[in-house]
Design a protein. Structure first.
Length: 381
């Protein structure tokens, strides 16, 4: 059973928050320890792994070869391998890593949140998965995993105001963060109990790079990784792209990403360092497909996912538009659950001095790793 103690040592791997010598999986608890001063909180993201690597050197293996190695790693380790699939650039690329290399994939899983969210990607996700299974004659099962409103409600009822300390817990009403899904969703728990060893792949996420004073560097932002903190390989929740078993997979993407942005800066006068940030923050749907293709991604026939149109709803805030309908329903008709939710938010404000009712907790960046200097055409460093 998932405990509310976010400092459980068996869960704290290489991604966590730290205040002095205190480590935790809870952003709220870290801010509480820091007296609400976010500058005292360090977001650690695979630091031990990256510290041991020469980040300036691009891995010699090709992107396709690294994808094959990763898929085979998971196949060799687990008796049952499933992939959570949206049909977007990240999950479709992971799916095709299995398909193109004839590596058996036991199951494709699709989250169904239509009981409370207008999911523009769901139908395309299912259609795309069905097409791939048929075209490649796969013996892969397609499973729809419903996420009813009651799933959210039960989380609040079980943990009461301690929900704010759950690892990766969103401040929006949504409680489908991966750690909770894999350890509290009854269908997933039932499925895992029937198997010797099961792996449920979460194909997340793309690299983050920046250009400052002519120097490229890579980092990560906790707003994107927050939903996965504490999951790691616990009970079969496995990240595809971020892994200590093959860190070269992520590092390869970093260098590919830098080459793309550098090319755009050198050839397109309208492209700026701000554009780099906008593309990585899903605010440039016109460039989003081109960017993904440049870093080795492929996408299913899902127009919304292709242009990243649903990505803007991922901000961790009580005002998250995607959840407004459900939040308003809960406030009007299920006041005991709403009171637990609102009470938690009020507690965060009291502890940290941060008004989270109308906004979000401060976004935190991980340690930055220098990659190389910016290169202009005709200049090879």
């Amino acid at each position: 059973m998932l405990q509310t103690n976010p400092n459980e040592l068996t869960r704290i791997g290489d991604s966590y928050y730290q205040v002095g010598n205190f480590k935790t999986l809870s952003k709220v608890l870290a801010l509480e320890k820091a007296g609400g001063d976010s500058t005292r909180v360090q977001f650690c993201w695979m630091d031990d792994t990256w510290d041991q690597m020469n980040m300036t050197q691009e891995p010699k293996a090709t992107w396709d070869e690294l994808l094959r190695i990763r898929a085979q790693q998971l196949r060799d380790r687990y008796s049952h391998v499933g992939l959570f699939y949206s049909g977007g650039w990240d999950s479709h690329t992971a799916l095709m890593a299995f398909v193109k290399n004839n590596i058996p994939l036991d199951e494709i899983l699709v989250y169904d949140k239509t009981s409370h969210v207008q999911d523009v990607e769901l139908a395309d996700s299912i259609t795309s998965a069905q097409r791939i299974i048929k075209e490649h004659n796969l013996q892969t099962r397609l499973t729809s995993v419903p996420v009813p409103w009651d799933f959210h409600a039960q989380i609040y009822k079980e943990y009461r105001q301690n929900w704010i300390y759950l690892p990766g817990a969103h401040l929006c009403f949504n409680k489908t963060v991966r750690l909770l899904q894999h350890e509290k969703h009854q269908e997933l728990l039932d499925a895992k109990q029937t198997r010797m060893s099961a792996c449920y792949i979460e194909a997340h996420d793309k690299p983050r790079v920046s250009l400052y004073n002519g120097q490229w560097s890579t980092f990560y932002v906790d707003a994107a990784m927050g939903a996965y903190i504490g999951s790691g390989d616990h009970d079969g929740a496995t990240l595809f792209y971020f892994t200590n078993d093959l860190p070269e997979l992520h590092l390869k993407q970093v260098h590919m990403s830098i080459r793309y942005f550098e090319y755009k800066l050198n050839t397109d006068p309208t492209f700026t360092t701000q554009t780099i940030h906008d593309v990585q923050s899903f605010r440039r749907p016109d460039l989003y497909p081109e960017y993904n293709q440049a870093i080795g991604r492929t996408c299913g026939p899902n127009l919304s996912a292709r242009h990243g149109l649903a990505k803007n709803n991922t901000v961790d805030t009580p005002q998250r538009e995607e959840m407004k309908r459900l939040l308003n329903f809960t406030r009007d008709y299920v006041d005991d659950v709403y009171d637990i939710y609102e009470g938690g938010l009020s507690s965060i404000t009291e502890m940290t001095g941060i008004d989270v009712m109308q906004g979000q907790l401060p976004v935190m960046l991980s340690k930055q790793y220098p990659i190389r200097a910016f290169q202009k055409p005709g200049i090879v460093l």
